[in-house]
Design a protein around this ligand. Structure first.
Ligand code: NAD
Length: 452
């Protein structure tokens, strides 16, 4: 089938590449000229395991092309995916300007029937708005072309996006049009072979499903962080509690890890956006507000542990220069492992707090160094080091923000040989407390006894 994808970010590029990989004829279009130039020259603008290979193979086979020409993309396709960003507005609601701009462009350029697919995460009612903007643009051109707007939220995870797209748990399609449903079933048929994964529903339920999924996952994280904060106070160990509750199949082991808070481009914005939607409809979303508040507080957790260790009372003395002269090694900058995405990353909150406190940072991440450099530029408060070991040189303490696999073994000799003292603040509970004690490491983690 002939498909076009508007937006070549994490979702659009993965969608385009994976749909091309099963034999569709795909054009990816973006307004970012340099991104498209780079893609045309074989560059991959994001780090996503397996993506480069899928893109290169399909470009070589002629199934996948890149352009900045919306006209070319609209003319080419019978199915047009919208996969542009929906960042938070000032009040937390989803900013739909990019989605609506694409809708308008499609209405201005289409000449025959199209299925317009909303893959961006959008509030309930957006399909109606996209329908209205396309209709308006068609009216202005006196064009009678027909179309359907379908909701097809994306559930891929950054860091496993290609695998998730290729082997989805479910494919949600929101439409009331049998014709559009038939076309969408054809698009996804190659992913639906072994057993039925397609779930067709009304548009509004489909739009809400995406928010409900992300909010449920964010709720699990904030819930565990709340338990961790209670565990710490009552002298329990959240890792034992996790095993104790995860063994109940009604709860399960997935997504019940305590840590230094969730980040990324989805959970924070989607929790806030759904809360805003609820409020617009006159409902106070008590759970969603609490999930967001707990997460906000949890992102301060590592800094609080550091201040406690050094006996700094920020309530009395303020934050400014309270850690002046100290050097912190930070392992992990991306908001989670296997991505270079730094959006809303807990590491950023920590680093900025350390700077405000007069400290400097030596940081290492396996994939997010370039992105960190892009965000913070050159500053003498931040040294980006080539290895995790070199980040430790002369540091007062090590802080771990992301659970990359390569951080999961800690060699005490390397700590001792490089750092002023063996002092670790672990925001991801990577190590066994007893083992840290045996190795003589001063060790703080989340919801577990501290070794100070
Ligand atoms: P992104 O910011 O990585 O990419 C968006 C792209 O859209 C950018 O390259 C931008 O230049 C392009 N764009 C903006 N306006 C355009 C236009 N008029 N025409 C063509 N291109 C245009 O965003 P993302 O992370 O891929 O997210 C896209 C959507 O998917 C969001 O709604 C997000 O919530 C949702 N989503 C994201 C993920 C994820 O893990 N990142 C997962 C599921 C759903």
């Amino acid at each position: 089938m002939k498909l076009s994808i508007f937006g070549t970010g994490y979702v659009g590029l993965v969608t385009g590449a994976c749909l091309a990989d099963v034999g569709h004829d795909v054009i990816c279009v973006d307004i970012n000229q340099s991104k498209i130039d780079s893609l045309k020259q074989g560059g991959i603008p994001i780090y996503e395991p397996g993506l480069e290979n899928v893109v290169k193979t399909n470009v070589a086979q002629g199934n996948l092309r890149f352009t900045t020409s919306a006209e070319e993309a609209v003319q080419h396709a019978e199915v047009i995916f919208i996969a542009v960003g929906t960042p938070p507005d000032e009040d937390g609601s989803a900013d739909l300007q990019y989605v609506m701009a694409v809708g308008k462009t499609i209405g201005q350029l289409m000449t025959n029937y199209k299925v317009v697919v909303n893959k961006s995460t959008v509030p309930v009612g957006t399909a109606d708005k996209v329908t209205a903007v396309i209709q308006q643009a068609l009216l202005e051109r006196n064009c009678a072309a027909e179309f359907d707007v379908v909701s097809n939220p994306e559930f891929l995870k950054e860091g496993a996006a290609v695998a998730d797209f290729m082997r989805p748990d479910r494919i949600v399609i929101g439409t009331s049009s049998d014709f559009a449903e038939g076309i969408m079933r054809e698009v996804y048929a190659p992913f639906n072979r072994n057993h039925e994964k397609i779930i067709v529903m009304d548009v509004r339920s489909s739009e809400l499903s995406k928010y409900a999924a992300n909010c449920m996952l964010a709720t699990k994280i904030s819930f565990m962080n709340e338990m961790a904060n209670i565990a710490e106070r009552v002298g329990a160990d959240i890792e034992n509690v996790r095993k104790g509750i995860g063994s109940d199949p009604r709860i399960g082991y997935h997504f019940i890890y305590a840590g230094c808070g969730y980040g990324g481009s989805c959970f924070p914005k989607d929790v806030q956006a759904l809360a805003q939607t609820a409020k617009q409809y006159g409902y106070e979303p008590g759970i969603l507000d609490a999930v967001e508040a707990v997460n906000h507080r949890q992102k301060q957790k590592l800094f609080e542990l550091i201040c406690t260790h050094y006996g700094v009372d920020t309530a009395k003395a303020g934050v400014k220069d309270c850690l002046k002269g100290k050097v912190f090694a930070v392992w992990g900058l991306a908001f989670k492992p296997n991505t270079d995405d730094m959006r809303e990353a807990p590491s950023r909150v920590l680093i900025e707090q350390l700077w405000a406190a007069g400290a400097t940072v030596q940081a290492y991440d396996p994939e997010a160094m370039e992105e960190t450099q892009r965000i913070y530029g050159s500053t003498d408060k931040l040294a980006l080091t080539g290895t995790k070991e070199s980040a430790l040189k002369g540091a007062d303490a090590l802080v771990i923000c992301t659970e990359w696999k390569s951080f999961k073994t800690l060699n005490a000799d390397i700590l001792a040989g490089n750092m002023k003292e063996m002092l670790v603040f672990d925001g991801r509970n990577l190590f066994d407390v007893a083992r840290m004690r045996d190795q003589g490491v001063k060790y703080y983690s989340i919801g577990r006894p501290a070794l100070c």
